[in-house]
Ligand binder design. Structure first.
Ligand SMILES: Nc1nc2c(ncn2[C@@H]2O[C@H](COP(=O)(O)OP(=O)(O)OP(=O)(O)O)[C@@H](O)[C@H]2O)c(=O)[nH]1
Ligand SMILES: [Zn+2]
Length: 221
């Protein structure tokens, strides 16, 4: 059991609705072992479906899928990958909200393991600390790279920003397409899902309105 995991989950950890359900023994095996196990499982799935795994193009597929799962699509399940959210003192006394718009979200729906693709818009009002802009994108990426529901992803981003900045005044809106809705099941290619989480001052009508108005700006560069 590594230290980061203890720090992340805490002793006597009880999962809350804002956390992903993670097995307590999830970190007892290495990434290499995880990849080897998943490779075998994917082989089994493809074999069951009738694929010829000796085919040149397919031979490496189980390993490729396993590596994509562990190292990329679900890398955010590993607390070691949590980004260091560097903050600085707000020496220039910037007093308005800061909005990081259009952060690309590639996540995976935890019900069907199909892609969620969209944009996150994250805002905060400094209470003395400011955060490096790219760290906001990294926080979004970290929590997106898990099996997710969009509601939880939105809340996790806000919570992580609140912890990093030491303020409740953080908000996040995500607009995303779920391929489980667009490409299978109901097959509605047009619909997208909007979720929002407003902390602290962002619950005040005018502040919320200001944030949402910035999202309507169509700035050309
Ligand atoms: N609330 C929420 N639901 C989601 C999210 N991603 C996928 N879902 C939904 O999870 C539900 C799972 O419902 P089930 O009835 O168990 O699955 P299903 O039979 O495949 O459902 P259909 O998609 O309607 O065919 C579906 O309605 C999905 O659209 C998400 O991020 N948030
Ligand atoms: Zn789904």
């Amino acid at each position: 059991m590594n230290d980061e995991r203890i720090e992340d989950l805490g002793e006597n950890h009880v999962a809350t609705s804002a956390e992903n359900p993670v097995r307590p023994d999830a970190f007892d095996i290495s990434n290499e072992e995880k990849i080897a196990k998943i490779e075998e499982s994917v082989k089994d799935i493809l074999y069951t479906l009738g694929m010829d795994l000796t085919d040149d193009s397919m031979q490496g597929t189980p390993k490729r899928v396993a590596k994509a799962f562990v190292n990329e699509m679900f890398m955010g399940l590993d607390p070691k990958n949590k980004p260091k959210a560097s903050t600085f003192d707000n020496n220039y006394n910037y007093g308005e909200m800061l909005v990081e718009k259009n952060i690309v979200v590639y996540s995976t729906c935890e019900h069907h393991l199909l892609p969620i693709i969209g944009r996150a818009h994250v805002a905060y009002i400094s209470d003395g600390k400011v955060i490096g802009l790219s760290k906001m994108n990294r926080i979004v990426e970290y929590f997106a790279k898990r099996p997710q529901v969009q509601e939880r992803l939105t809340m996790q981003i806000v919570q992580a920003m609140q912890e990093a900045l030491g303020t409740d005044d953080v908000a996040c809106v995500i607009d995303a397409k779920h391929l489980c809705v667009n490409s299978r099941g109901i097959k509605d290619i047009e619909s997208s899902t909007v979720t929002a989480e407003f902390g602290g001052k962002f619950n005040e009508k005018e502040t919320k309105r200001e944030f949402l108005d910035y999202l309507k700006m169509d700035t050309k560069f």
